[in-house]
Design a protein around this ligand. Structure first.
Ligand SMILES: [Zn+2]
Ligand SMILES: [Zn+2]
Length: 268
């Protein structure tokens, strides 16, 4: 049975008795199982290539599955960077990020790096679904009391150029897997920001300061904001800032991958 499906019937739905999303086709665990079954069926009819290594026949081959560098072990309880002691890292002690916690499923290196690259430049919806299925248990085990998932949005210009938000391709099926509301329009970019690649931590923070605004539906809600890759976490922190300004109760952050300082923070 594919990952992320086995536990669907064991998990509890979010504790919102009147939430219409509980009945929603896309947030019903049975629907998610059927949705995955459709993808598995399509892959049998039209064999894909592996998102990690291009091997034909599967969307995410067993070699890639077994070599994902999962980010495990002791991490800063706030920003999620690896460290060899419990608690908060010195950087977060000096200046707390706006989100309550940030966690990443994998280190930003291959095969996840090539899968994310492919997702960004080729609209591979099936690969987004596969990554969501791979990381669903990881997010579930964080046990955060989240009401809705919001992907970090692209600016209008980049959205027009690319035609889709690659983070949404993962966040939407992840929301389905977790039985959470997917609310992509509740966070928007107020302005275009330059790429964070090659910027220092302070420059990254300045680049995304006040870059986002949030909608009214986040009021009183605990939000999980999602991005594909985090380096310093400044983009997610700025997104969290906007969500709090619109009355969010709490904000957590998750990414597929984390660029670690020893990896030179490149290609992010
Ligand atoms: Zn592979
Ligand atoms: Zn930290």
């Amino acid at each position: 049975m594919p990952e992320g499906v086995g536990n669907l019937f064991k998990r509890k739905l979010p504790s919102q008795p009147n939430c219409p999303w509980r009945q929603c086709l896309f947030h019903n665990p049975l629907s998610y199982k059927l949705y995955r079954a459709v993808w598995i069926g399509l892959d049998l009819i039209f064999p894909p290539t592996c998102g990690g290594c291009r091997k034909p026949g599967t969307r995410w081959c067993s070699d890639c599955q077994n070599t994902v560098p999962l980010l495990r072990g002791e991490v800063c309880e706030r920003c999620g960077l690896p460290q060899d002691f419990a608690g908060t890292c010195p950087t977060c002690k000096k200046e707390k990020p706006r989100f309550s916690a940030l966690r990443s499923w994998s280190v930003f290196t291959n095969p996840v790096q090539s899968a994310l690259h492919r997702l960004k430049y080729r609209r591979d919806v099936g690969l987004g679904d596969m990554l969501a299925a791979q990381m669903a248990d990881f997010v579930r085990e964080l046990d955060w009391p989240v009401d809705l998932i919001i992907p970090i949005p692209l600016g209008r210009k980049r959205m027009v150029e690319r035609g889709y938000n690659q983070v949404g391709l993962i966040a939407r099926p992840l929301a389905m897997a977790l039985g959470l509301e997917y609310a992509p329009h509740e966070l928007t970019r107020r302005r275009e920001t330059r790429s964070q690649v090659g910027l220092s931590k302070q420059a990254r923070r300045d680049n995304v300061r006040d870059a986002f605004s949030a909608g009214t539906r986040v009021k009183g809600k605990t939000v999980l904001v999602m991005d594909d890759v985090a380096t310093t976490g400044s983009t997610l922190s700025s997104g969290a800032d906007a969500l709090f300004s619109s009355g969010a109760k709490d904000v957590y952050a998750v990414t597929v991958a984390r660029a670690l300082p020893q990896h030179g923070m490149v290609n992010v």
